[in-house]
Design a protein around this ligand. Structure first.
Ligand code: T6T
Length: 330
């Protein structure tokens, strides 16, 4: 070892000894834990932003963060990624499961191998964990937006933009995803309870493909020339629905409410194509995911669920820095 680094380590050990922490423990704690974050897909601004929050917590706590996922929001793609992560035996797994039922068995393997599992954004089973009921309650915690509430907020925003009446539909990904299922549920419940003059047409499922969502908008409009609004239940659904409205030459006539807030949606708010975006706080989800895993690994008990917030963005506040900070990173 070079003389200077010998001196440096000796000084570091002396400093550690001075505060009373055994040198071996203090050094061993450097990157003692490795936490894996498996997103729904890697190229989605929502998960890119979640990763940033997770990394901030990992840096603060001195743990390693491994971010690994697939290119599509699809259990067939996600399960092999999960298997590869389990084989690396991380200290804990944070995952956004891409299906409520199809990820139960694959995640059970992690749990059986002694790897604590926390789900972020989406859940498996009913999302009620640690209850002793059902076969999918083993994750320690669920950290996410309240998606039923988010759907209700979207319904209110859309109904108000439309003057409280007219035809709308939900542009959604596919059934079986906890988040987007719950947003649709909340949206429909709110319309039924609070806006009886709004007619909700059949949901269009786009498989997370914005181009498909855009064609579907045009097809629904072709069948319903009095279409007044669309709710894009996630980033790709909303982008696609907005593009469809523009391609149909209906900007401003068909109101668009978007779930999620990447830069492109914000541009669409500025141009008047999208009326309102409900921004989730994905960085918060990632941050508290890592903090919760660390707390568990170091012997603390953790909440079985943590709810993160929303920021409603429209033309009136989009330029406000306190709002703009919730626009997703790309
Ligand atoms: O809306 C988010 C996420 O909450 C949902 O589970 C899947 O879609 C997004 O990632 C946006 O594309």
């Amino acid at each position: 070892m070079e003389r200077r680094s010998v001196l440096k380590s000796a000084m570091a050990m002396a400093a550690v000894a001075a505060v009373g922490i055994p040198a071996s423990t203090a050094f061993a704690q450097e990157k003692k834990y490795s936490i894996a974050l498996i997103p729904g897909l890697t190229t989605d601004a929502f998960y890119i932003t979640m990763r940033k929050g997770a990394q901030a917590a990992a840096d603060a706590l001195g743990v390693e963060l491994v971010f690994q996922g697939g290119p599509e929001f699809n259990p067939v793609v996600q399960v092999p990624v999960l298997d590869a992560i389990i084989a690396r035996k991380p200290s804990a797994i944070l995952i956004a499961p891409t299906d409520t039922t199809q990820l139960v068995q694959p995640l059970r393997k992690a749990n059986d191998a002694g790897i604590p599992v926390i789900t972020v954004d989406t859940f498996i089973g009913t999302g009620k964990y640690q209850t002793g009921a059902g076969d999918a309650d083993f994750p320690l915690s669920y950290i996410a937006s309240d998606n039923v509430l988010g759907g209700r907020m979207a319904a209110r925003a859309l109904a108000n933009a439309m003057g409280g009446e007219g035809k709308v539909y939900v542009s959604n990904v596919k059934p079986g995803i906890s988040t987007t299922d719950q947003r649709e549920e909340g949206f429909k419940a709110e319309m039924k309870e609070a806006f009886p003059k709004v007619a909700v047409l059949e949901t269009q499922f786009n498989e997370n493909d914005a181009n498909k969502a855009a064609s579907q908008l045009q097809a629904v409009f072709a069948r319903n020339s009095d279409l007044k609004g669309v709710f894009g239940a996630n980033l790709f659904s909303a982008l696609g629905a907005g593009n469809g409205v523009q391609q149909a030459g209906q900007t401003g006539n068909i109101k668009v409410v978007a779930f999620d807030a990447p830069g492109s949606i914000v541009d669409n708010i500025k141009s008047g194509l999208v009326d309102v975006a409900i921004a989730q706080h994905p960085a918060e989800i990632g941050y508290y995911g890592v903090v919760s895993a660390f707390a568990h690994l170091t012997g603390q008990s953790i909440p079985v669920s943590i709810g993160t917030g929303f920021t409603v963005i429209d033309k009136t506040n989009v330029a406000d820095p306190n709002v703009a900070k919730y626009i997703y990173s790309e």
